[in-house]
Every structure is written in structure tokens, then in C-alpha cells.
Design a protein around this ligand. Structure first.
Ligand SMILES: Nc1ncnc2c1ncn2[C@@H]1O[C@H](COP(=O)(O)OP(=O)(O)OP(=O)(O)O)[C@@H](O)[C@H]1O
Length: 465
């Protein structure tokens, strides 16, 4: 830090606000320089090294966004955390600032409590950047371009506090990526809390999000994640009534407790995820547009394992090391043929499937060496997945095969393409249900869809009985 006390640059042309900010920061042992315009701010940034910058949006010679952009473009200042002050309710500007690289925003009239939390986070951000990078989770290591891009993006996102939406196939590592963002972020000492938004029962989901009736939000994950990160998995499945409630909490940064008859301040980073398209869900009005804009400020795409093909040998060895260590056994060897076989497989269920395959292979092998036959890969389903693009295979359920559907549309058998596709869907659902003895939760899991989605499909295809 510049000197023993941190130094902040406040950019605002309203003397009252400058005074309020200077006083608040000085009570936090932060020294402040003031700039009244974009030009003056740029000059000061060129002269001194700051630990944090807070800028108003409307300035006499330009706007705060220009400054945010400028700070991101200066190599020396790349590490400088910048936050913006927005007019009350102007979410568009706040989102634009976050997209440009601002780590957070405060809205007018300035409330001192969130402002202090923001300053503390900004200062921790500065410190994090100076500490040596921690090692990646074993499944996110690798040398392929896709993996490096992912790592770089994760590092970048851990330096902001903006909401992130993660998109990727089942088992590709969305939660892992979210955990890494949290671990590298200044929120890392606070909890990372996971909520799955596709619960079977909406009332149960409401409790699991907002706490139960007797204890209120104090017993729920939003309060549990306070100060840290809330990971909302399968966000496209969140029922509409809960979307409104969630939006209110995120927007107001508060949660109401009926039992205590008071509001609790919420200081959370939200990371949401889906294996579907959030854009499609918003277009189809399954996700409220105001919530969509709140969640999808920055998107992170986690690549499927088949796009990290060259990483597979390294990943396989590291999974085997873990599997063996957890049972107190020496790590088995894996032959080059077995590695080649893995590299040629399409892994429809991604990292999760790689782990499952190697756990099974470890149990089946002679204890010392894993050979191709120990992997028990299903070449047909792998090929089907590669070629069809129609359906997804998860956890080893075979959705295709000539015994199930003819593979191509014929107008003599089906009246329309829709009917043909419905037939495929019906057969896949039947098969998964049979294989799980009509346990719908397990069948949904096998099909790689949520329980709600399975229920919806069964209804749509008139298969509820
Ligand atoms: N905290 C963790 N520690 C160790 N391994 C983990 C952890 N979280 C996930 N994994 C492993 O990482 C792999 C990818 O899982 P992850 O849950 O990140 O995928 P995902 O893309 O979020 O999947 P889904 O869409 O089904 O929720 C799995 O094999 C899982 O076992």
C-alpha cells in the first residue's frame, strides 16, 4: 500500500459527498485524495499509486464509466479496484460499470454501512492481488487453450465482486469454477454456500432458500453466506414467486425476518449456474427479466471435457491418485492404451463421468494397472452423443441405440418432426424410469435434467401415470 495507511481516490464534483466520503474513509484509517473531474482523476492516477478508487457517474467533463474503462486499460492500474456511485435505482449504469471492470457500486443516497463493507472488500482485493496465486483444484488444471482461458477468466472474476452466471454442461465443473472464484476472492474467509434451485417441492425450496417459518432467514443460506458467496445452481428452475423474493433481497441487500421483526443487511456475491441457456429462459419468461439482468452481469463458460482432450491424461492420473489415497492404496498405473481410449471418449457427463469411470476401473483392475478393458466405456453411446446432438447422456444412461428409435425421420412412420422427437423423448424417459424402478428423482438425475423438468416432460407427453 502507498505508505502505511491505504490511499483512496474519490472522484466527485459535489463537495458534500466528498466530505462525507473523506470522513467515512478516514474513520476506517484510509487517506483520501479528491478529484472533481475525469481529467483531474486521470492526472492523479498517473501521479500516484492508489489502493482503491470510488467515482461518481456524472462528472463535469465526462462520466465514471470512462474512468472505469481507462483504469482497466492502464497496465499499472489494472489491479486498482474501482467502484462507482450510481443514481438511485439506476441499475443499467451499475451493470454497465460492472461489465467494464468495476468491482462494485453504491447507490445514492449513500448508505454508510454498505459503503464501509465495499471499502473493506476493495482493500482486501488489493492485498489478494499481491499474494502468490494458490494452486488450482486438480480437475481445473491443464495446459489446453480452453483450460488456460478458463483459469484466466476465473482469476479475472475473482478480482471483481460482480454477479456471475456460469454456463456449462452437467459435470463440466461449474461449481468447481465458482468455488475457485470464491477461494481467490477477498470473500474467501467467509462461507461459500450452495443452493440447488430445482428442488422437488417449491415450499421446501422456499425454506431452503429463505429459512424455515420458525427461525426465519437466520436459518437460511442467504444469512449463512453473508459476507461470502451464494452459489445458485440450476437457476432456470427457480419458481417465479421465489424469483421475486430473491430479486428483492439482492436488490435491497436486505432480508426481512418476521420472527425478529427486523431486516438483516445482506452482503453477498451471487454466482448462478445452469446447464441450459439463461437467455432462452428469460426469452421464454421462465426467468424474470429484472432478475436475469441482475444475475447475468458477467458470463463464464465452462468448457466440456471433450474440449480439454489433451488434459485428460493428467486429469486421469490425478483422479486416480485421489481415489487410491482415499482407500489407503498405492496409486495404480494407467496404460497408454487406456489413456488413448479415454482421450477418444466424448464424456457426455464430463468430469463427473471421468471420476466415475476411474473409480469403477480402480475397483475392477488388478490393483496395479488400469487397462482399456477396465474402463468399460460404451463406444456406441459415445458415438451417438457425438453425432446426434439431439439428446444428452448423463451418468451412463443410454438414450439412443437402434433398438430405441430409428435414427432418422420417416414420414411414413411419423406425421411430423415434432412427433418423431416426442417419440424419442418418450422412449428415453421410459427407459430411465424403468432403470430406476420409477424413482423419478433418480431418473431425472440419470437423464441429466432436474426433477421439475422431468415432471414437466411427463405431463407434456401424457406419461404421468
Ligand atoms: N468441492 C469439491 N471437491 C472435490 N471435487 C469436487 C468438488 N465439487 C465438485 N467436485 C467434482 O468436480 C466434478 C464436477 O462437478 P461440478 O459439481 O463442479 O459440476 P457442475 O458443472 O456444477 O455439474 P452440475 O450441472 O451437474 O451441477 C465432479 O466430478 C465432482 O465430483
Amino acid at each position: 500500500m502507498a505508505g502505511s495507511q491505504p490511499l483512496a481516490l474519490v472522484v466527485d464534483d459535489e463537495p458534500d459527498i466528498c466530505e462525507l466520503l473523506t470522513m467515512t474513509l478516514s474513520r476506517m484509517d484510509v487517506r483520501t485524495d479528491i478529484a472533481m473531474s475525469v481529467t483531474e482523476a486521470k492526472r492523479r492516477l498517473a501521479e500516484k499509486q492508489y489502493d482503491f478508487c470510488l467515482t461518481d457517474m456524472r462528472l463535469p467533463d465526462g462520466d465514471g464509466l470512462e474512468l472505469v474503462k481507462d483504469i482497466q486499460q492502464r497496465p499499472l492500474d489494472r489491479a486498482l479496484p474501482v467502484a462507482v456511485i450510481t443514481a438511485h435505482g439506476n441499475m443499467d449504469t451499475a451493470v454497465a460499470a460492472l461489465k467494464l471492470g468495476a468491482f462494485d457500486f453504491v447507490s445514492k443516497p449513500i448508505n454508510l454501512k454498505p459503503l464501509r463493507a465495499l471499502v473493506q472488500l476493495a482493500l482486501r482485493l488489493g492485498e489478494e492481488k499481491r499474494s502468490p496465486q494458490t494452486e488450482w483444484h486438480a480437475l481445473l488444471q491443464g495446459q489446453t487453450l480452453e483450460t488456460r482461458k478458463l483459469q484466466e477468466h476465473i482469476e479475472q472474476l475473482s478480482r471483481t465482486d460482480a454477479p456471475i452466471h456460469i454456463r456449462g454442461e452437467h459435470g463440466a465443473g461449474k461449481e468447481l469454477a465458482a468455488r475457485e472464484i470464491h477461494r481467490f476472492s477477498p470473500r474467501s474467509s467467509a462461507p461459500f454456500v450452495v443452493v440447488n434451485c430445482s428442488a422437488e417441492d417449491p415450499a421446501e425450496l422456499e425454506h431452503s432458500l429463505f429459512g424455515n417459518h420458525t427461525e426465519g432467514p437466520e436459518s437460511g443460506p442467504l444469512m449463512a453466506a453473508n459476507g461470502g458467496t451464494l452459489y445458485l445452481d440450476d437457476i432456470t428452475e427457480l419458481p417465479e414467486a421465489l424469483q421475486a423474493k430473491l430479486l428483492q433481497c439482492i436488490q435491497n441487500k436486505k432480508i426481512y425476518s418476521p420472527s425478529a421483526n427486523r431486516e438483516h443487511a445482506l452482503d453477498l456475491r451471487i454466482i448462478s449456474a445452469t446447464h441450459k441457456s439463461l437467455v432462452d429462459a428469460a426469452t421464454a419468461h421462465r426467468i424474470r427479466s429484472d432478475l436475469y439482468f441482475r444475475l447475468n452481469v458477467i458470463e463464464l463458460v465452462v468448457p466440456p471435457l471433450r474440449e480439454r482432450q489433451k488434459d485428460i491424461p493428467m486429469l486421469a492420473r490425478s483422479v486416480l491418485r485421489e481415489v487410491a489415497a482415499s482407500s489407503g492404496n498405492p496409486t495404480p498405473r494407467i496404460t497408454q492404451d487406456a489413456l488413448n481410449t479415454l482421450q477418444n471418449y466424448s464424456f457426455p457427463a464430463n468430469l463427473r463421468q471421468l471420476e466415475n469411470i476411474l473409480q469403477r476401473a480402480f475397483a475392477l483392475c488388478d490393483g496395479r494397472t488400469i487397462r482399456p478393458e477396465d474402463l468399460q466405456l460404451d463406444p456406441v453411446s459415445a458415438k451417438l452423443h457425438e453425432n446426434s446432438g439431439l439428446m444428452e447422456e448423463a451418468d451412463g444412461v443410454r438414450l439412443g441405440g437402434n433398438d430405441m428409435y430409428p435414427g432418422q425421420f420417416s414420414s411414413s412412420t411419423f406425421e411430423s418432426l415434432d412427433e418423431f422427437l416426442q417419440d424419442i423423448e418418450k422412449k428415453a424417459l421410459e427407459k430411465a424410469l424403468e432403470e430406476t424402478r420409477w424413482n423419478r428423482t433418480a431418473a431425472a438425475q440419470k437423464l441429466g435434467i432436474s426433477f421439475r423438468s422431468l415432471r414437466y416432460r411427463l405431463k407434456k407427453l401424457d406419461m404421468e401415470d
